[in-house]
Design a binder for this molecule. Structure first.
Ligand SMILES: Cc1cc2nc3c(=O)[nH]c(=O)nc-3n(C[C@H](O)[C@H](O)[C@H](O)COP(=O)(O)OP(=O)(O)OC[C@H]3O[C@@H](n4cnc5c(N)ncnc54)[C@H](O)[C@@H]3O)c2cc1C
Length: 403
C-alpha cells in the first residue's frame, strides 16, 4: 500500500529556507510536514557558510554554531587590503550544526520531519493548482496532500519546475571548496582572492572556522566562464597562490560543491497554494553570492504567511502575496544595486582589480560592511556618491545608485 499523509502545509527541502518556514508555520499552530531527501538534515554541505552576526542574533542561532570574523582581507594579483573592525561582524557557520539546529527548532514547534524522501511529482486539482506532492522513500511511493506547498528545494526548484512555473536558472555560480586542517590560520580573518589566476569570473576564498580549520574555495560565474571550479581549486592549492601559501600544510577533511542562482529576482514567488523561498526564489546577494540569512528570514515570513492563509481558509496567490511584498520591500532595490557592482566586477582585468582594491580600501569599516552585505540604504549611497573625497569611490557609488 502506498503511504499517504494529510497536512495543512508541506515544506519540501530541509535546508535553511525549509526548516525556517516549517518552524514559523508550526509555531502558528498548523499541521506541518518538512520533507528532506537526504538521510539526515545537512548530510551534504553545499555552502561556505559565511553570514553576519547581526542576523545570527536576530535568528537566535546558538553561539557554538559559528566562528566570528573581524578582519576582511582581499588580494588581487598585485594588491592586498585588509579592513579591520574592533568587533566581529561576520561569521563562518558550522553549517551542519546550524542547519540541524534550525530543523530541530521546527520539530520543537511540532513540525513532522520526513527524511530519505525525494519528492518528484506534484498533485493538482481540476484548476491545475497544487494540492500535494509525491515521491519515493524507503518504503516506496509516498504521497502528501496539503493546502499549501512551500518549494524550498534550493537551486533545483523541483516543485516549481514540476508545476511548469520556472525553468533552469540561466545565470548561476558554481563553487567548490575543501574544508581542511591547516598549519597556520588566523581565526579572525577571511580572505577573498580575485583575478584571472584564482578564477576568471568570481572569487576564491579562505574562510576560517577556528581550531586551524578553514574552508578554501573557488567560485566561478556561469555562463560567463567554462572553468571547472573543482579543477581550479586543486590548481590554486597546488600552486600555493597568494595567502594559501601562508596556511602551510593543507589536509582536506571534506569536499563541498554547490550551485547558487544569480539571475536576480526574476521569479514570481507566489502562486495559488504555492510559495517559493530561498534559492528556489533566487534570494541571494549577488556580490558574494550569499543567501543563508535571506533563506532563514524569508523562510520564516513564508511560514507565517502560509499558516495565516490556511487559518483564514484562503490560500490563492493573492492571499500569499504579503510574503512576496515583504521580501521584495526588504531586498529588491539592494539586490538590484548589488547586481550592478557584480556586473562591473565580472568584467575587471587583473590590473583593474588591483585598482578596485584601492577603492575598497578608501571605505570606512561600516561603509565597507554595508557594501559587501549589499545593505545599500539610499541615503548612504547618495552621501558616498556626492561627498566622498575620492573620485573613484564617488564613481563606484554613482554606479550603484544607478546614475
Ligand atoms: C559553493 C557555494 C558557497 C556558498 N557560500 C555561501 C556563504 O558563504 N554564505 C551564504 O549565506 N550563502 C552561501 N551560499 C548560498 C547558500 O548556500 C544558499 O543561498 C542557501 O543554502 C539557500 O538555502 P535553501 O534552503 O534555499 O536551499 P538549500 O540549502 O539548497 O536546501 C535545499 C534542501 O532541499 C533538499 N531537496 C532538494 N530537492 C529535494 C526533493 N526533490 N525532495 C526532498 N528534498 C529535496 C536538499 O537536499 C536540501 O537539503 C553558497 C552557495 C554555494 C553553492
Amino acid at each position: 500500500m502506498p503511504e499517504e499523509y494529510n497536512y495543512d502545509l508541506v515544506v519540501v527541502g530541509g535546508g535553511p529556507a525549509g526548516s525556517s518556514a516549517a518552524f514559523a508555520a508550526a509555531k502558528n499552530g498548523i499541521k506541518v510536514a518538512l520533507i528532506e531527501k537526504e538521510n539526515s538534515i545537512a548530510e551534504t554541505v553545499r555552502t561556505s557558510g559565511v553570514t553576519w552576526i547581526e542576523s545570527i542574533k536576530e535568528f537566535g542561532i546558538p553561539d557554538d554554531c559559528y566562528n566570528p570574523i573581524k578582519n576582511f582581507s582581499f588580494v588581487s594579483p598585485n594588491n592586498e587590503v585588509t579592513i579591520k573592525d574592533s568587533i566581529a561582524t561576520a561569521a563562518v557557520l558550522d553549517v551542519r550544526k546550524t542547519y540541524r539546529w534550525l530543523a530541530h527548532e521546527a520539530e520543537g514547534e511540532g513540525a513532522d520531519i520526513f527524511l530519505k524522501i525525494s519528492i518528484n511529482e506534484v498533485i493538482k486539482n481540476e484548476n491545475n493548482d497544487i494540492i500535494g506532492v509525491s515521491g519515493t522513500g524507503p518504503n516506496g511511493k509516498i504521497t502528501f496532500n496539503s493546502k499549501i506547498v512551500i518549494d524550498a528545494t534550493g537551486f533545483t526548484s523541483t516543485i516549481s519546475k514540476a508545476m511548469g512555473f520556472v525553468t533552469q536558472w540561466k545565470r548561476f555560480g558554481a563553487g567548490a571548496e575543501y574544508e581542511a586542517t591547516v598549519e597556520n590560520a588566523d581565526p579572525d580573518t577571511w580572505w577573498l582572492m580575485v583575478g584571472q589566476e584564482y578564477t576568471p569570473a568570481g572569487y576564491a576564498w579562505i574562510f576560517p572556522l577556528g581550531n586551524n580549520i578553514v574552508r578554501i574555495g573557488v567560485g566561478v560565474g556561469k555562463p560567463e566562464s567554462d572553468v571547472d571550479p573543482t579543477q581550479r581549486l586543486k590548481e590554486i592549492i597546488d600552486k600555493q597562490l597568494g595567502p594559501i601559501k601562508k596556511l602551510g600544510k593543507i589536509t582536506p577533511i571534506e569536499f563541498h560543491y554547490g550551485l547558487i542562482p544569480n539571475d536576480g529576482l526574476s521569479r514570481k514567488t507566489v502562486f495559488n497554494n504555492l510559495i517559493l523561498v530561498g534559492d528556489s526564489a533566487g534570494q541571494a546577494n549577488p556580490l558574494v553570492l550569499e543567501g543563508i540569512r535571506y533563506a532563514i528570514k524569508f523562510g520564516r515570513v513564508a511560514g507565517k504567511v502560509a499558516s495565516d492563509a490556511i487559518k483564514n481558509k484562503k490560500t490563492d496567490k493573492d492571499a500569499l502575496y504579503p510574503y512576496e511584498e515583504e521580501w521584495r520591500n526588504a531586498i529588491e532595490s539592494k539586490i538590484n544595486s548589488a547586481g550592478k557592482v557584480q556586473d562591473r566586477w565580472i568584467g575587471l582585468s587583473d590590473k583593474e582589480w588591483d585598482k578596485e582594491l584601492d577603492i575598497i580600501n578608501e571605505l570606512k569599516t561600516d561603509e565597507f560592511l554595508d557594501f559587501i552585505k549589499a545593505d545599500f540604504g539610499l541615503s548612504n549611497m547618495l552621501k558616498l556618491a556626492m561627498n566622498h573625497p575620492k573620485l573613484a569611490v564617488r564613481q563606484l557609488f554613482n554606479l550603484v545608485k544607478g546614475k
